[in-house]
Ligand binder design. Structure first.
Ligand SMILES: *[C@@H]1O[C@H](CO)[C@@H](O)[C@H](O)[C@H]1NC(C)=O
Ligand SMILES: *[C@@H]1O[C@H](CO)[C@@H](O)[C@H](O)[C@H]1NC(C)=O
Length: 165
């Protein structure tokens, strides 16, 4: 029995096969399925400029050519705390697993908390049923995408995908 479980977990790692770098932040079941929630602050940038870069990034396939744009909206007319919202999908190289990516941008109005700029709340979740652990793919989906935007950022962990101890 123990051997069977071991073999199963080895198989799952081989199947997920997160492609290095940035595979060192695996998540197990934080959102029922594996997920990762991060926050990125972009200093001195408007939410509109960040929105356009993120949208183009998703439409162009992102850092590895396997991101897709699903939709996005300008929330500024609604006078709520968020300015823009977007959704994308990342597909893994092996087995074409899809992970849903959700993004929301807020403008930072309080320089005491952050320098002026925009903050991106970024979330990734495995779509397939039974993805309890993700081999680090959800963290990689987010950080790999943001690195590909070539914007200077400050990263904070919100939930899941814990830092290696
Ligand atoms: C927008 O919301 C803020 C805070 O909730 C409020 O003070 C302001 O009057 C609102 N502006 C408009 C145009 O509704
Ligand atoms: C991922 O999404 C693509 C496009 O919608 C679909 O063709 C593919 O079957 C999905 N992969 C899985 C494992 O469901």
């Amino acid at each position: 029995m123990k051997k069977a479980i071991f073999l199963l977990s080895v198989t799952l790692v081989a199947v997920w096969g997160c492609q290095a770098p940035d595979c060192d932040r695996p998540d197990c079941g934080t959102c029922g399925n594996a997920c990762c929630s991060l926050s990125f602050h972009f200093d001195g940038m408007t939410s509109e400029a960040a929105y356009n870069k993120i949208m183009m990034g998703l439409k162009n396939g992102g850092a590895d050519g396997r991101y897709r744009y699903i939709g996005g909206d300008d929330l500024r007319p609604y006078n709520i705390s968020a300015s823009f919202i977007l959704q994308g999908v990342h597909t893994t190289l092996v087995h074409h697993y899809n992970d849903t990516l959700n993004f929301v941008l807020t403008d930072d109005m309080k320089p005491s908390i952050h320098p002026l700029g925009t903050t991106l709340r970024a979330f990734s979740i495995s779509q397939i049923a039974g993805a309890y652990c993700d081999d680090g793919q959800n963290y990689k989906n987010l950080v790999g995408f943001v690195k590909g935007l070539n914007m200077k950022y400050m990263e904070t962990t919100v939930a899941g995908c814990p830092k290696p101890t």
